[in-house]
Design a binder for this molecule. Sequence first.
Ligand code: MG
Length: 368
Amino acid sequence: MNLAPYASNPANSRGRNHKESKSQSRNDYQRDRDRIIHSASFRRLQYKTQVFVNHEGDMFRSRLTHSLEVSQIARALARILNSHEDLCEAVALAHDLGHTPFGHAGQDALNECMRNHGGFEHNLQSLRVVDLLEKKYASFNGLNLTYEVREGILKHCSKKNAKDLGELGQRFIHGHEPTLEAQIVNFADEIAYIHHDIDDGFRSGIFSFKVLESNEFFNNICKAIKNKYTNLSPEQLLNETLRTMMNYIISDLCSESLKGIQQYNPQSPDDVRLLKPLIGFSEGMNKHFSELKRFSREHLYQHRRVQDMGNRARLVIQSLFHFFKGHYENIPLNFRSNEDQPQERTIADYIAGMTDRYANQLVKQYSL
Ligand code: MG
């Protein structure tokens, strides 16, 4: 691994909350990645909605495949930008661990239920999962991950919540950035979902190729491919266009970010933390990317079929929350072990950890 001076280095990590002896064979970020992969929350991502709920079909992305795609893109970017691939991988695989069942509709519903009890935010929940909710070790709760992985997981945070997070919350209070690796994963996340949501949206039949061609960036690439190849099937044309589009997006991100890195010449991860964000697109690509996001919002996320899935999800989450408020004893004991927190937080932790199908199954079981 050819590490730049600004790259995070596990040998200089700010460390773990609970002291542990070093591994002889793996660096600390590799160990963190392995702990994440072996966690129960990671396995449950397989049956959590990205956009399409699980029973809509087997061919759509789940939170798990989304996380794997984020990890792949982040690793590729890390390699080009001479930063730490293992750190990127660990952050990418963990970044959505706190997601509720049923995607964003699920999180919004749970947040609404928790309105008078501190709210619910999936990103903060990802940190709770790795810091507290995973129970795999005898001497501590959580996975005891390194500071840099936890810093990367906590992508955004209100100043109010940041005050309770000690050193990790400081950057939100002072307006600082995280490591370059964390910045890379944030972009990898956006690039991954823009790409796969368009892919899944088209294959679900929610929008047609013609509608896709209304996006200028997509259309220009698609036209060039049609000129180059004749007789492509619609599937090949879509895949080739999306693939080429991704390559343009990633190449632009790399060359723009390298320019910024050369200009500011950071000599350590701490320099990176104090500078303006170093990872970013060119102005032209920023426009294309915003247009793609707008396209997904208009034609996919706001589509009636996706909204209907969301409305059903909201009812499931609400009825589970109200049921457990009246039947707290039905929550498994291991979730009730944090006695110093309000019951509502325990209920939210339990519901957030559920897969889509487990949540649906409980609704049936309790006849809600
Ligand atoms: Mg994500």
